[in-house]
Write a protein that binds this ligand. Structure first.
Ligand code: SAM
Ligand code: SF4
Length: 476
């Protein structure tokens, strides 16, 4: 029988909607952001404790500029104290832009006749993956419109193709997914193809606004989307990513929605989401939205800092929707993953000239950071960050890695930093121009010099030597 979300009967308690707009507004409106309270909450987070909805609301309602500065400094200190200087890099790969939905904000909406509809063929997909591998990428997120063509079998097949492509020393070691919600059987099929994270953004947690911007298609069903990652969990996908599209509704409400969603996962599955994304609406072909909730740069920076403090052990993803300047600014407040060398034009990665303007009629929306992967690597290294392509936890079956980074003493020292340095060394050997290689090895040597002389340092030095000798994919 063909599955229809409108016929969905939610029998399972776990899959009941868990967002109560009055409750969220109650927290926001009752928050009293006194100096003492704000400082107490920042201190709680720095003590590695999750914030409650009430505490998050206090930060959200803080308007005193001095206290806002303290919130940002708190987020920065938490990031440095807990995560160190690693930034994980990935790239999005658009597989197909057919779509039956009518999302007011998206260039792929079914009513947009200007857009060229494309689904990559197997050969085209292989070409894209080769181009990505040739630039040094190791982690991809595959992105799909919502369409019967992109069913679970199709998605699983594209994942398998991606893993099978090897160009020179290149390989993709982790494939994440951003695609429409499925039923439990569908999620099981996709899980079997060995995906990393399944990411679905609620867009807005505010049901009334949700109805206003989703004008047709399956995505109109708010509950079907809200409970999607519960079905993923039921199917055994415990590595899930949530997100909200900022600019649709009041950012304070949607930030609280993300925290509520996180609480739901923790309460029911004992593990929070792996990542949280917070895209801001960008220009898109036939964009049709009310501009009253557009989030300013200042609010955006603040919301990322608050999220960092509220959910200290969840990965935060910042994409090339934002400009290089904003990304550089916000990185310090606790972002753990960024995309690099991004090209969201369908089939765009295999184009000879990557500096050529991208075609808005082939894109979902416009991106604002067109730096190549190597340019981003260079800048991260210059700023003292360690760019990482690490996929170790996922491949060693260490799930809940962010929680472990956060809570297991010595975890970062034993696993994360050495693995980041090993994947950086691989990149420097295989893909970096000479100047980047020199800078990159300088960073690696600086980090080695800061390490205590112990067996784990010796083991890392040995593995780094093996990378120089041509061995690949070494990790702890
Ligand atoms: N079609 C699937 C869906 O809607 O979930 C998956 C992919 S959709 C292409 C990925 C995400 O892009 C959406 O969840 C939305 O948050 C974001 N997006 C859509 N239009 C955007 C815009 N104009 N600016 C920024 N992000 C946008
Ligand atoms: Fe389709 Fe996703 Fe775009 Fe909505 S956001 S129109 S579902 S591709």
């Amino acid at each position: 029988m063909k599955f229809k979300p409108e016929n969905l009967k939610i029998k399972d308690q776990r899959m009941k909607p868990f967002i109560d707009a009055d409750e969220i507004w109650g927290f926001i409106n009752n928050a009293k952001p006194s100096k003492e309270r704000v400082r107490e909450i920042i201190a709680k987070s720095l003590d590695k404790q999750r914030l409650t909805m009430e505490e998050t609301a206090v930060l959200v309602q803080t308007t005193d500029t001095e206290l806002i500065e303290e919130i940002k400094l708190g987020a920065k200190a938490l990031k440095e104290k807990v995560y160190g200087q690693r930034i994980v890099l990935f790239a999005p790969l658009y597989i197909g832009n057919l779509c039956i939905n009518k999302c007011a904000y998206c260039g792929f909406k079914s009513t947009n006749k200007a857009i060229k509809r494309i689904t990559l063929t197997k050969d085209e997909l292989i070409d894209q993956v080769k181009a990505l591998e040739d630039s040094g990428q190791k982690r991809l997120i595959l992105v799909y419109g919502e369409h019967p063509t992109y069913d679970a079998q199709f998605i699983a097949e594209t994942v398998r193709i991606v893993y099978s492509v090897h160009s020179g020393p290149g390989e993709i070691r982790r494939v994440n997914i951003n695609a429409a919600p499925m039923d439990i059987d569908g999620f099981r099929i996709v899980k079997d193809s060995k995906i990393g994270t399944y990411q679905i953004f609620q867009e807005t947690y505010h049901e009334e606004t949700y109805a206003k911007v989703h004008l047709g298609g399956i995505k109109r069903n708010y509950e079907w989307r809200l409970t999607a990652l519960d079905r993923a969990q039921e199917a055994g996908i415990d590595d899930v990513g949530i997100g909200a599209l900022f600019g649709l509704y009041d950012w304070r409400f949607d930030l609280m929605g993300l925290v509520r969603h996180t609480n739901h996962f923790e309460a029911v599955y004992n593990v929070g989401p792996h990542t949280i994304s917070f895209p801001r609406i960008q220009y898109a072909s036939h964009l049709n939205i009310d501009k009253s909730h557009i989030v300013s740069d200042e609010e955006f920076t603040r919301l990322v800092a608050i999220l960092r403090l509220a959910v200290p052990y969840t990965g935060l993803i910042l994409t090339a929707r934002e400009t290089a300047e904003i990304r550089n600014e916000i990185l310090q407040y606790g972002v753990s993953q960024i995309d690099g060398g991004t090209n969201i034009e369908m089939g765009g990665y295999s184009k000879k000239d990557q500096t050529e303007a991208q075609d808005i009629d082939l894109e979902q929306f416009q991106i604002n950071d067109n730096r190549s992967l190597n340019e981003i690597m260079e800048e991260l290294i210059e700023q003292g960050y360690i760019p990482s392509f690490c996929t170790s936890c996922y491949r060693r079956g260490r799930t809940g890695e962010h929680f472990m980074e956060f809570s297991v003493p010595g975890f970062i020292k034993r696993f994360c930093q050495p693995n980041a340095l090993l994947t950086l060394a691989e990149y420097l050997e295989d893909y970096a121009p000479e100047a980047t290689k020199i800078r990159g090895y300088r960073l690696i040597n600086d980090k080695l010099a800061q390490m205590e002389e112990d067996p784990s340092k010796a083991s890392l030095e040995e593995k780094l030597q093996q990378v120089k000798e041509g061995n690949r994919d070494l990790y702890f």
